[in-house]
Ligand binder design. Structure first.
Ligand code: LMG
Ligand code: NDP
Ligand code: PMR
Length: 399
């Protein structure tokens, strides 16, 4: 199955998975670098050679192949032109909505290999097929962000695959607007903050070294944020509003036993927990930027992709809400965007050569032009960002 195959492909396979040639290379220019047909052939034959070796000797080969990794840009001996290999991007929650639309948009360019990091393998496989993604452009790997063990296992299998990591997109999320009682992750954290923030926090911390090692011209770590976490907007003022308070609930472990399930220590509210988790996402991106941008050159970014009112995010909302929300956003707030359009926006943040600025929260105006948006006071509070970082490190076992 693609899961196993993908998880074990050695690094020289970072070009098309089955060593097939790719239409994808034909027209390609990215970051001003052109791709050449003869390089395509080189990649394919070395990929096939590697695959044969790999089949014969399994594990031992992995270490060796990483040592002969294909550089991101190589110079052709014949005419001195620069060539760029396919980018390798991990997208969490790529089995539906924004994640799937982004995976599709990137795969279609032929310049990216998408690692779809999903909790439901079959759902992801069906989704990729029905989106028309071709097999050589994606690999599905299992991750359940509501389990730190699963996050660690994912990182382990990804590293053993020998693939380079050029961009990581933390996109998956859960939203429980109608829950009366909190539910919890495997380690006992309230589910929305546990999945949307803590799972991604551990994942991105563990993958940071891999990103650092990437020789791709622009390496990026993107964490999806939202307008509803920002109280400097109308949408962010619809109750219940995001508010992390003094972080006493987070400090206590969000477990609802010896502490409260909410970050601010208040009563459980599923909609608020989601909005709080988005504030954590946006603060985490900025803290990454402050700690690592200069040293690593990695671009850290967040975004509000628009209101994608039709996605699975609202699956737990009441049917009346799901019926009225899309027309409300389309005709009244005019904040609605289709999954396809939102996917193109996030794909821009992944690969557009003009969006390399780090520490930015991107949004789009009516004409779908990107701009650097202003975060709310809480979502740009440096002191809170630092505290959340430190508390989260303890909760996920990094400190
Ligand atoms: C909660 O309800 C739910 O209880 C919770 O379970 C969860 O779903 C949560 O955020 C998610 O919402 C929120 C509830 C209360 O809103 C509603 O859903 C009720 C809708 C009431 C309808 C009002 C009429 C609008 C006409 C709509 C036409 C029909 C389409 C409906 C589609 C449904 C989509 C919602 O919300 C309220 O209390 C109502 C009003 C809140 C408005 C808040 C605006 C505050 C503005 C303050 C100014 C801020 C200044 C900022 C300045 C920034 C400027 C850039
Ligand atoms: P979807 O529900 O369509 O997508 C969420 C994805 O996250 C799904 O693939 C889901 O998997 C996955 N997921 C949920 N829990 C886990 C888990 N424990 N482990 C692994 N994967 C998990 O919603 P959207 O596409 O709307 O949401 C994507 C992102 O966009 C979120 O970060 C959300 O906050 C953000 N966003 C959405 C907006 C909107 O209007 N929809 C607006 C602003 C931001 P599965 O398919 O198996 O359920
Ligand atoms: Mg909101 C003015 C514009 C605007 C925008 C862009 C959004 C986006 N919303 C806006 C306004 C309003 N919403 C108003 C005036 C209301 C009261 C009628 C309203 C209500 C509302 C509800 C009940 N909106 C919602 C909900 C949800 O359950 C969604 C939510 O908060 O999920 C956390 C939601 C959203 N509105 C948005 C966006 C993008 C969402 C969803 C998701 C998210 O932030 O990820």
């Amino acid at each position: 199955m693609a899961l196993q195959a993908g998880a074990l492909v050695p690094r020289t396979f970072s070009v098309p998975k089955e060593g097939k040639s790719s239409a994808s290379f034909k027209d390609s220019t990215l970051f001003g670098v052109s791709l050449l047909d003869h390089v395509k052939a080189d990649f394919s034959s070395s990929a096939l050679r590697c695959k044969r070796e790999f089949n014969q000797r399994t594990g031992a080969v992995r270490a060796q192949t990483t040592a002969t990794a294909t550089p991101a840009i190589s110079r052709s001996a014949i005419d001195g032109k620069k060539t760029l290999r396919k980018g390798s991007v991990i997208i969490t929650g790529a089995s539906s909505g924004l994640g799937l639309a982004t995976a599709k948009a990137l795969a279609e360019t032929g310049k990216w290999h998408v690692i779809m990091a999903c909790r439901d393998f079959l759902k992801a496989e069906r989704a990729a097929k029905s989106a028309g993604m071709s097999k050589e452009n994606y690999t599905i790997m299992h991750i359940d962000l509501a389990s730190l063990d699963s996050v660690r296992q994912f990182v382990d299998s990804f590293e053993r695959s020998g693939r380079p990591l050029d961009v990581l997109v933390c996109n998956a999320a859960v939203y429980q607007p109608t829950a009366k009682e909190p539910s919890f992750t495997a380690e006992g954290f309230e589910l929305s903050v546990g999945t949307n923030h803590l799972g991604h926090f551990l994942l991105s911390r563990l993958l940071l070294d891999g990103l650092k090692q990437s020789d791709y011209p622009s390496k990026r770590l993107i964490i999806v944020g939202s307008i509803t976490g920002n109280t400097n907007t109308l949408a962010g003022n619809v109750p219940p509003k995001a508010n992390l308070g003094d972080l006493r609930g987070l400090a206590g472990g969000l477990n609802g036993m010896n502490s409260c399930a909410m970050i601010d220590g208040g009563e459980f509210d599923g909609a608020k927990a989601y909005k709080d988790s988005k504030v954590c996402n946006m603060l985490t991106m900025q803290e990454f930027h402050r700690r690592f941008h200069e040293e690593t050159g990695i671009t850290f970014a967040s975004l509000y992709p628009g209101c994608i009112a039709t996605t699975g995010l609202f699956r737990e909302h009441i049917p009346l809400f799901r019926l009225l929300f899309p027309p409300f956003q389309k005709y009244i707030t005019k904040g609605f965007v289709s999954e396809g359009e939102a996917g193109k926006r996030l794909a821009q943040v992944v690969s557009d050569p003009s969006l390399t600025k780090s520490g930015v929260y991107w949004s789009w105006n009516k004409d779908s032009a990107s701009f650097e948006n202003q975060l709310s006071p809480e979502a740009s509070d440096k002191e809170k960002a630092r505290k959340i970082w430190e508390l989260s490190e303890k909760l996920v076992g990094l400190a």
